[in-house]
Design a protein around this ligand. Structure first.
Ligand code: HEC
Ligand SMILES: [Cu+2]
Length: 503
């Protein structure tokens, strides 16, 4: 496998470079490659199975075997643009192309060979911390994976339960906030009691650089995330992902089981289904049936729950976070549609009408749109005022450093030194400092093909940043890189960037 060598070098250099960066210290840093594990004879003799992964709201079938297996999991990381609300797209980072990521189902005692494959079109390295794993970082350090690479590690599922997995690459709240989480169910050895319908739902808080359903393409907003002011609180990654013809379904008399998790990054959920009572709750996703007859169950960020209930009468049952502004104004609504004969003794009145929620949400979103317009007007006023607009070069450098630590450091490293033969240096780069316009073009439009930097050849792919970054952010990050690590140049202005962008 010749993919191993650059990864080893990447991991080693990255570790050294990251040690100097305090901002990244809370996240997992890559570890050295330990080589393939020598499985003892009894483990090597176990039957080998390819895990079935499913996209939400579907769940893989229950595990029927009552003995352990070696399970191979192949999970692909993909950065995708998808609908977050009507007329509004968002750049999601995903496991398996969906938010939440693919559902993984194994059995306690299984030995899992886990492959994390980072799609070549990804802009950033990613990893995975599975809460079902016993070991440092839950696998994060062992799965740090550059774009176009694949990492492998092995773990034994020691504890049954429903566990969250998530990305733990710096900046962690951004990776999780962009949708990098999912659930892995470790069934108890004897299996779970049977249910007629099983579904997979996860709640997440999203921090967009625009208003709720504000239109256009939105991306992650760091200040909003730090203040825990989400633009959206969503079930399964989009407003309306479980509504209308995408609603969950069941029939009168059936037992429904929800595997519900909270990816966060920040909020907890007061999970409730309007018009239903949870007959059974496996609190916090643990393996013991802990409570019965529950109205609302609290699910922590990075936690889960399993709820079972029988549906007795037809109608629409609404899933909410009972912190209700999140449901009515930020999107945390899903639906379970139950078909079948009425039972007017159990329930005789008229059912909850979906339109009630819909129109409230619409009014909220019209106001939010107006709010976005006003915010843009204020921004335009500030821009045309030279005393406010005149940012000092130092301020630009500080802002640019933040852009760099989100968008560039993964490849060019926090020290700007790059990685010999793979990522060219920005520190004292003759290529960078020779031509301002060319530098702007590289950042906006990306670059590929052979180049020479400080006498060394490079032939890689630099992903375009023009869609991800605003012109101000490009000006700031270029001002930062051309005035750090011994470099020196004039500040870049947004107008300079705009000129190249429009060519
Ligand atoms: C996914 C990895 C990756 C990311 C992220 C990335 N770059 Fe690059 N960058 C490259 C590669 C690879 C090249 C060389 C391309 C080639 O060989 O043609 C490059 C080249 C460059 C160059 C010109 C060569 C030099 O060393 O002077 C500049 C300037 C540059 N990048 C700046 C940035 C900035 C600023 C950011 C963040 C906004 C960024 N890069 C993000 C991989 C990356
Ligand atoms: Cu990630």
């Amino acid at each position: 496998m010749n993919t191993k060598r650059p990864t080893a070098r990447l991991a080693g250099l990255f570790l050294a470079a990251l040690a100097a960066v305090s901002a990244a210290s809370a996240s997992e840093v890559p570890s050295a490659i330990a080589g393939r594990v020598q499985l003892p004879a009894d483990v090597a003799a176990l039957p080998v199975e390819q895990a079935i992964l499913t996209a939400p709201p579907l769940v893989p079938p229950p595990i029927t075997r009552r003995t352990p297996a070696r399970v191979v999991v192949n999970l692909e990381v993909k950065e995708v643009v998808a609908r977050i609300a009507d007329g509004t797209d968002y750049t999601f980072w995903t496991y398996g192309g969906t938010v939440p990521g693919s559902f993984i189902r194994i059995r306690a005692g299984d030995v899992v060979e886990f492959h994390l494959n980072n799609h070549p079109s990804s802009k950033l390295p990613h990893n995975i911390d599975l809460h079902a794993v016993t070991g440092p970082g839950g696998g994060a350090a062992s799965t740090f994976t550059a774009p176009g690479h694949s990492s492998q590690f092995t773990f034994k599922a020691l504890n049954p339960g429903l566990y969250v997995y998530h990305c733990a690459t710096a900046p962690v709240p951004m990776h999780i906030g962009n949708g990098m989480y999912g659930l892995i169910l470790v069934e108890p050895e004897e299996g779970l009691p049977p249910a007629d319908k099983e579904y997979y739902v996860m709640q997440g808080d999203f921090y967009a650089n625009g208003a709720f359903a504000g239109g256009g393409l939105q991306t992650f907003d760091t200040p909003k995330s730090i203040d825990e002011r989400p633009t959206y609180v969503l079930f399964n990654g989009a407003v309306g992902s479980l509504v209308g013809d995408k609603a969950l379904t069941a029939e009168v008399g059936q037992s429904v089981r929800l595997f519900f998790g909270v990816g966060g990054p920040n909020l907890v959920s007061s999970f409730h289904v309007i018009g239903e009572i949870f007959d059974k709750v496996w609190l916090e996703g643990g393996s013991r049936l802990a409570q019965e007859n529950v109205q609302t169950t609290l699910v922590p960020a990075g936690g889960s729950t399993i709820v079972d209930f029988k549906v007795n009468v037809p109608g629409t049952y609404v899933l909410v976070d009972h912190s209700l502004s999140r449901a009515f104004n930020k999107g945390a609504i899903g639906m379970l549609k139950v078909a079948g004969p009425e039972d007017r003794v159990i329930y005789s009145g008229k059912e909850v009408d979906a339109v009630y929620f819909g129109s409230s949400a619409e009014e909220g979103s019209a106001a939010a749109k107006r709010q976005a317009e006003l915010e843009n007007k204020i921004k335009a006023e500030i821009k045309s005022n030279p005393t406010i607009a005149g940012l000092t070069k130092e301020m630009q450098i500080e802002k640019g450093k933040q852009v760099y630590m989100q968008n560039c450091f993964a490849c060019h490293l926090p020290t700007g030194e790059g990685m010999a033969g793979v990522f060219p240096p920005l520190a004292k780069s003759d290529f960078l400092l020779a031509d301002r316009e060319r530098a702007i073009r590289v950042v906006l439009k990306g670059m590929s093909g052979p180049i020479t930097v400080n006498g060394h050849p490079y032939n890689g792919v630099m992903p375009p940043q023009g869609e991800v970054l605003t012109v101000e952010q490009v000006a700031d990050v270029l001002t930062y890189v051309t005035n750090s690590w011994g470099n020196s140049a004039d500040a870049f202005t947004a107008d300079e960037i705009r000129k190249v962008k429009g060519e």
